[in-house]
Write a protein that binds this ligand. Sequence first.
Ligand code: GDD
Ligand code: MG
Length: 365
Amino acid sequence: MSQNMSEVKAVILVGGEGTRLRPLTSSVPKPMVPVLNKPFLQHVFKHLSNHGIRDIILALCYLPDNIQSYFGDGSDFGINLTYVVEDFPLGTAGAVKNVSQYIDSTFLVLNGDVYTDLDLTSMVAFHKEKGAKATIALTPVEDPSAYGVVDADADGRVKRFIEKPKREEAPSNMINAGTYVLEPDVLAHVEPQKFCMFERFLFPLLLETGQAVYAYPSDAYWIDIGTPDNYAKINLDLLSGETQADDSVDVHSSAKITGPVLFGSNCVVEADVVIEGPVVIGSGCIIKSGSFVRRAIIWPDTHLDSWTTIKDCVVGMGCRIEANACVVDGTVLGSDVVIGDSCHLSGGVRIDCGKSIDPDTTLKR
Ligand code: GDD
Ligand code: MG
């Protein structure tokens, strides 16, 4: 029996403050960090609506101001959004229980810090075909120790679920990708308003009680955006094709731009600037003469003075990089940072929002 995807609702889990993404998440909540100049969640919504899923419930630990003001009821984005905020963090399964009044048939749960192009339509069809109570998407990773490892038999039936195993004890490198198809009755095992996790309680319980839990392995694109490296990676991975700039972007004829580069509106690129993609530049950025930018993500309203070098790094909103400064090699700048002239920052240094670094300073982690 095939499932009409427009009847499948999706619950997105949005908890935590994204501490590992600091200083980027000091000024913008994790679900709203810009990916290709749009909030991260917008990409997740797009993926869901591409599969015909329009009813989306955000299960939130707290409601960061700008999520609701940006997305509203979702109608501008072709979706129907419901927000439910917990009084205290309920854990992944507790958070879903907390929205169960909106759920009446087979539904999806997505970890809100993961981006994937997983074929959701096929996954739901697989779930139905197997008559599963729960189907867990799996993805291969190099080091499974930071994730939930799922051990399944040849038919896809899950045998074991081991959350965050030691690397040498992980039975495989196939991990819980943070996308589940569930039947509503699995929530009967979760007590309302009590902390409960799928990974440590509900999935193991379903296995113990002999219920049909299936794994859906796939090699679809998959990334957890929880670290600055992965945050940079998703931007650079999703960026493709030619340079994109609208008419409001003013590029000097002597500037050399090799794509893919994405410009937000109202950017200015002065003479002799060199930009080598993949690079994402937010709206209102000014790049002064002779500067060099390669493999970087720059948030809106940042100014690069003349002869700066910005390479392999993330620069927050409203920063100012003064002349001849060099910001390279995994450096992450929060918003409203000032880097004095001729500074050299490298080796994954992170600078908190609002900090100023004196001219001629060298910082390395
Ligand atoms: N609403 C709500 N309430 N959301 C929560 C809560 C909560 O109390 N706790 C966690 N979440 C959300 C997080 O914001 C995130 O989107 C998702 O649930 C998963 O939680 P993480 O804290 O990011 O877990 P993790 O990354 O360590 O591990 C999870 O994801 C891995 C894949 O990225 C587990 O599901 C692993 O098994 C999995 O491999
Ligand atoms: Mg996570």
